[in-house]
Design a protein around this ligand. Structure first.
Ligand code: PGA
Length: 239
């Protein structure tokens, strides 16, 4: 696992956007899994600016979703779907036939997982995953205790995730379950980048890098990946 530390959030975001652009330059039909969340916000703003000014062609790429809150409709501002549309797909001008996100309103979440697993396998796997890290060390909704053997699945959310997740919503929202790609997807992706910024992530980042590799801190699994990178600003690296 490579570790890169940048001066501040701006520089980190610029570099993360650069990794995505680099991937698409090398492989124009790349399969990308880019997370929602506060952390990658500026990465996507930068990506949109550079896509326009440098004429970067994403038209052959495929985008697969990382996770979603079960039961939260796509028009809800707190959904991953809404976030990605607003901050990534619309500004970067990705057409809807290139986008495959989890349907959080499905009556059959297990089937939704099977469909996503099948799609990723048909596409030949994920080329680049860009993920954040939860305060409890989760990646996507792979919560503490998640098995590294699992592909997409439905999960009962950790209490920390239910509480921290409120920040994405205008009103208090019941968040009980998530649907997520599994750690096996992460391990099989050709490249995984975890980004984190701010002092509040310093503790969990220290554990991810220096603590024991354990399912209790799912992000530590990245240390078993042959091509993973943790990109941090100085505050997140301060532990
Ligand atoms: P954040 O979320 O980017 O909003 O901090 C990260 C996560 O929970 O995975």
């Amino acid at each position: 696992m490579q570790i890169s530390v940048y001066r501040d959030y701006q520089t980190l975001s610029f570099q993360a956007a650069d990794r995505i652009i680099e991937m698409v330059g090398q492989k124009p039909d790349a399969v990308l899994c880019l997370a929602a969340g506060d952390t990658p916000r500026l990465t996507y703003d930068t990506l949109a600016e550079r896509a326009a000014s440098e004429n970067i062609d994403f038209s052959q790429c495929t985008f697969v979703g990382l996770d979603e809150w079960v039961g939260i409709p796509p028009e809800n501002e707190g959904s991953c779907h809404y976030f990605l549309q607003k901050h990534l797909f619309e500004p970067v001008r990705i057409s809807s036939d290139q986008i495959h996100l989890f349907d959080a309103l499905t009556s059959d979440p297990d089937d939704e997982c099977r469909k996503m697993n099948q799609l990723i396998s048909t596409l030949g796997g994920i080329d680049l995953m860009l993920v954040g890290i939860g305060m409890n060390g989760h990646i996507g909704f792979n919560e503490p205790g998640a098995s590294p053997e699992r592909y997409a699945h439905v999960v009962n959310l950790d209490e920390a995730t239910q509480t921290v997740g409120q920040k994405y919503f205008r009103q208090p929202t019941v968040l009980r379950q998530g649907i997520t790609l599994g750690l096996k997807h992460l391990l099989e992706a050709r490249k995984v980048i975890l980004i984190a910024n701010g002092a509040k992530k310093a503790g969990v980042i220290k554990q991810t890098i220096e603590g024991p590799i354990t399912p209790e801190l799912p992000a530590t699994i990245l240390r078993m990946h042959r091509n993973s990178e943790v990109m941090l600003d100085e505050e997140a690296a301060s532990g």
